[in-house]
Design a binder for this molecule. Structure first.
Ligand code: HEC
Ligand code: HEC
Length: 214
């Protein structure tokens, strides 16, 4: 079995079990329109007026076009502190399951242009890593899971047009921020060895490539 097949088998096993757990959530009640609108305005003060991301004291990730299942998973991970971020814990822990679902649907439908700003000279090297992986370091092609155009699917996030500084920061700190509850392993385990095996230069290159994809 090749490394890709092993990883994919592991990936689908974890993703499927998380989807099953999710189905038991009560996220189907209607959210009052005004309450939803107010929340969206609040999210956009940090994540950008069209959800395109924003650079402040630190990079605020793009949410526009993000897969709904992934977005909801992350909000839940912040709430349960499996993913550590003090800002997003405060934002997320007050949201009802129905609100999480409604917010995810809203951001999925936005399609602003990429924010840009990454070093263009890294793009070609980044594309090669994205399409082919780094076989010598046992890094599978990113495209296998995130899709040929980096649009993601279900629990696999969209990476297209994500801020390069955000992507780099996440990949370089993966095991310190994600999957922080050993009693509750989650999908972040799939990315852990991949993030770990990339060098900083490779991370910066692939992040630059992704940031310009529409
Ligand atoms: C005060 C600023 C702020 C506000 C308001 C805010 N966020 Fe965030 N959000 C952040 C930051 C900073 C991060 C990056 C955290 C990290 O580095 O891991 C983030 C990350 C996220 C992520 C993870 C994205 C990914 O690609 O993994 C989601 C999902 C998210 N926010 C959704 C929301 C939603 C929905 C709202 C409104 C209810 C919201 N945020 C409001 C600052 C904010
Ligand atoms: C075996 C499948 C798989 C492969 C291959 C893969 N990823 Fe991922 N990736 C995932 C999954 C699943 C997640 C979501 C993890 C979670 O929910 O915590 C993810 C999350 C991410 C995130 C976090 C996104 C965010 O918004 O915070 C980044 C960045 C990322 N991957 C980059 C890459 C890059 C770059 C490559 C190639 C070098 C790659 N991935 C290869 C499955 C994969």
């Amino acid at each position: 079995m090749s490394i890709q097949n092993v990883l994919l088998t592991a990936a689908f096993a974890v993703v499927v079990s998380s989807a099953a757990a999710h189905a038991e959530d009560k996220g189907n009640a209607a959210v009052p329109r005004q309450e939803l609108e107010a929340k969206i305005v609040y999210c956009k003060t940090c994540h950008g007026l069209s959800g395109q991301g924003f650079r402040g004291a630190f990079p605020m990730p793009r949410l526009a076009g993000q897969q709904t299942e992934y977005l909801e998973n992350q909000l839940q991970a912040f709430i349960e502190r499996r993913r550590t971020n003090p800002v997003m814990f405060n934002v997320a822990h007050v949201l009802s399951p129905s609100m999480l679902t409604a917010l995810a649907a809203h951001f999925k439908d936005l399609n602003p242009k990429p924010l840009g700003g990454a070093p263009k000279e890294l793009v070609a090297a980044g594309k090669k890593i994205y399409d082919d992986g780094v076989p010598s370091a046992e890094v599978p092609p990113c495209a296998t899971c995130h899709g040929p155009e980096a649009k993601g699917a279900d629990a696999f996030p969209r990476l297209a047009a994500q801020l390069d500084d955000y992507v780099a920061k996440k990949l370089l700190n993966w095991s310190k921020e994600r999957g922080q509850d050993p009693a509750k392993p989650d999908n972040s385990a799939i990315m852990q060895p991949i993030a770990h095996n990339l060098t900083e230069a490779q991370v910066k290159a692939v992040a630059a490539y992704l940031s310009y994809l529409e």
